[in-house]
Ligand binder design. Structure first.
Ligand SMILES: Nc1ncnc2c1ncn2[C@@H]1O[C@H](COP(=O)(O)OP(=O)(O)OP(=O)(O)O)[C@@H](O)[C@H]1O
Length: 222
């Protein structure tokens, strides 16, 4: 599903955020990406999303060599990827339904079809009964679940999460990770960047660890 071959990323032609990164993630895997602050986790996820391009090496995702992807193909490529952010990036002037519908609205999905898919996504994260609420009316954990519903509404083959539990207490963090595991169990490939080592240890998935921009370990689940 994902292959990095000798990938390096320099910013501003000088600073090396990632160096000689090599790994493969198979379809259907769930993998944690960890490492200290500034180790390069977000940079690696941005390469997969094709928000950045590597300075060296090759990034392959779902059969695409991202370097060969024409700019006009990038939006179609990104539809295969759902992204969950730490601060969830919800639109606070729109209700939960409209927030989750956003990717479908942008793609011009027919409203009745979109509504069915939004409700299915909200149901999966346990928030169907809150579809008319505004984000401000929800707790932080619920807001993050809306972020996850929005990320999966397109049924992406790949789900990326960048510190999805950064602002949550341990119980809510576990709940969010379990939800990501649920999507993994139905076949979605999941990659989660997190520095919550205690949580990562409890959940037993493969762990890629970055240090100073290098892949310093790649350990299968215990
Ligand atoms: N657009 C950019 N321009 C210049 N330097 C950048 C840019 N993005 C990231 N960096 C630098 O690259 C390094 C890796 O950053 P990155 O955000 O990938 O790390 P991270 O592991 O996600 O860190 P954190 O856990 O703090 O988010 C850092 O030193 C950062 O300052």
């Amino acid at each position: 599903m994902i292959a990095f071959e000798h990938v390096g990323k320099r910013y501003g032609g000088r600073f090396e955020a990632l160096a000689d990164i090599n790994f493969r993630i198979e379809r259907g895997e769930m993998v944690f990406l960890t490492g200290h602050s500034g180790a390069g986790k977000s940079s690696l996820l941005r390469l997969i999303m094709r928000l950045e391009r590597p300075s060296r090496g090759r990034v392959m995702v779902a059969g695409h060599d991202l370097d060969g992807l024409h700019i006009s193909q990038v939006p179609y490529y990104r539809r295969q990827i759902g992204v969950v952010f730490q601060d969830h990036q919800l639109l606070f002037d729109r209700d939960i339904f409209a927030n989750v519908a956003l990717p479908l609205t942008i793609q011009g999905v027919e409203p009745a079809d979109a509504a069915r898919r939004v409700r299915a996504a909200l149901d999966k994260v346990g928030l169907l009964h809150r579809e008319r609420a505004l984000p401000i009316e929800l707790s932080t954990g619920e807001q993050q679940r809306v972020g996850i519903a929005r990320a999966v509404v397109n049924k992406p083959a790949l789900l990326l999460a960048d510190e999805p539990t950064g602002n949550l207490d341990p119980q809510l963090s576990t709940d969010i990770m379990r939800l990501l595991e649920d999507f993994n169990s139905i076949g979605t490939t999941v990659m989660v960047a997190s520095h919550d080592l205690a949580l990562i240890a409890r959940l037993r998935h493969r762990v890629l660890k970055l240090g100073q921009g290098r892949l310093i370990s790649d350990e299968e689940a215990a």
